[in-house]
Design a protein around this ligand. Structure first.
Ligand code: A2P
Length: 319
C-alpha cells in the first residue's frame, strides 16, 4: 500500500473504501470483508446514514483480532446542519459514538453550505442558512477545539474551492490538511492540485468511478461514462487490468488518495489490487487529454427552491 505522510508522520493509505451509498444491511458485511481483504482506510460521513453499521463492523473486526485500531484510518465529515460552533462537538461525538471510536483520524467540513439545525436535505429557502451568516472560519475554529480535545488527529474540508481554502488558511490557527473533492479523468483540477501542493494540503479524490449508483435525481442528462470511455478501455486492455483499476491507479499516480465505493467483494478486491497495476507515462498522458471540467456532483442540488447558494458562490468560478 502507498501512503500519504502528514507532518506529524501519521500515514494515510492512499486507497480507501468509500461508503457513500452503501446501504443498510450491506455496509456491515462490506466493511468486514474489506478489512479481511486488506483495506485499512474507510471514508465515512454522518449524512451517509450508515455510521452505526460501520461502527459495528469496525468494533467486531477489532474484537476478533483482524485489525488494530491504530492500523485503521477513519475519516468522517461534519454535516451542513451542524456548522454553528456549539453544534460541532455534539456532531462529532455522535459520529464517534456511532463508529464506536474514541478518535477520528480525519474530520472534514463536508460542504461549504449551511443548513438549519434539523434539516438534513433542504426543500425550501427557509431551511438554508445564507452564505456568510456562519463564516466557515468559525466552524473551522470549532473543529480546532475538537482537535485540541484529542478527538480528531487531522482536520480538513471537502468540496472547497481554492478561494475558500485560502480564507481558512489566512485566518486559522491550524491549517486544513486535506481537501476531499470530486476528481477523475473528466475533472482533473490542475489549479487545485497546484495550490494544494504549494500549501501542503493533501487531496482525496471522490467519485473516482463516476458514482453511477447515485439517485437518478442527482444525475444529469447524457452524462459521460468513465468506466466505458474508449481511452480508459484501451489502457485497461493494454495493461491487462480493468477500467476501474486504471481510474484508481491514475489517482494514486497523481499522489492523491482515492476512495472508490463498493459493497461487492469481487469489486472491492479488484479495486484494492489497483495498487499493483502498471500505468505508464504514456497512459498518464493519454488520460490527461480527457479533462473536460465535468462534475458528476455539480452542486445543483444546493441551488434549488429559493436557495441562497448558486453554482457561482459554491465553486467560486473555478473549474
Ligand atoms: P458496487 O458497490 O455494486 O460495486 P464511485 O466510487 O465513483 O462512487 O462509484 C461507485 C459505483 O461504482 C458503485 O455503483 C459500485 O458498485 C461501482 N463499482 C465499484 N467498483 C467497481 C469496479 N471495479 N468495476 C465496476 N464498477 C464498480
Amino acid at each position: 500500500m502507498k501512503f500519504h505522510h502528514f507532518k506529524n508522520n501519521d500515514a494515510m493509505p492512499l486507497l480507501g473504501l468509500g461508503t457513500w451509498k452503501s446501504g443498510p444491511g450491506e455496509v456491515y458485511q462490506a466493511v468486514r470483508t474489506a478489512i479481511e481483504l486488506g483495506y485499512r482506510h474507510f471514508d465515512c460521513a454522518f449524512v451517509y446514514d450508515n455510521e452505526a453499521e460501520i461502527g459495528e463492523a469496525l468494533a467486531e473486526s477489532i474484537a476478533a483480532g483482524k485489525v488494530k485500531r491504530e492500523d485503521l484510518w477513519i475519516t468522517s465529515k461534519l454535516w451542513n446542519n451542524s456548522h454553528p460552533c456549539e453544534l460541532v462537538l455534539p456532531a462529532l461525538k455522535q459520529t464517534l459514538s456511532d463508529l464506536q471510536l474514541d478518535y477520528l483520524d480525519l474530520y472534514l467540513i463536508h460542504w461549504p453550505i449551511s443548513l438549519r439545525k434539523d434539516v438534513i436535505y433542504p426543500n425550501q429557502a427557509s431551511e438554508y442558512i445564507p452564505l456568510g451568516e456562519i463564516p466557515l472560519t468559525e466552524t473551522w475554529a470549532a473543529l480546532e477545539e475538537c482537535y485540541d480535545l484529542g478527538l480528531v488527529r487531522h482536520l480538513g474540508v471537502s468540496n472547497f474551492s481554492v478561494k475558500k481554502l485560502g480564507e481558512i488558511l489566512s485566518k486559522s490557527r491550524l491549517q486544513p490538511e486535506v481537501n476531499q473533492i470530486e476528481m477523475h479523468p473528466f475533472l482533473q483540477q490542475p489549479k487545485m492540485m497546484e495550490f494544494c501542493r504549494e500549501n501542503y494540503i493533501h487531496l482525496t479524490a471522490y467519485s473516482p468511478l463516476g458514482s453511477k449508483d447515485r439517485a437518478e435525481s442527482m444525475k444529469g442528462k447524457n452524462e459521460p461514462s468513465l468506466l466505458e470511455h474508449p481511452t480508459i478501455l484501451q489502457i485497461a486492455a493494454r495493461n491487462q487490468c480493468s477500467p476501474a483499476q486504471v481510474l484508481i491507479k491514475w489517482a494514486m499516480e497523481r499522489g492523491t488518495s482515492v476512495i472508490p465505493k463498493s459493497v461487492n467483494p469481487r469489486r472491492m478486491k479488484e479495486n484494492l489490487e489497483s495498487i499493483q497495476v502498471n500505468i505508464s507515462a504514456k497512459d498518464m498522458q493519454e488520460i490527461a487529454a480527457l479533462d473536460q471540467h465535468f462534475r458528476y456532483l455539480d452542486g445543483t442540488f444546493w441551488t434549488r427552491g429559493g436557495s441562497p447558494y448558486t453554482l457561482e458562490n459554491i465553486w467560486d468560478g473555478e473549474a
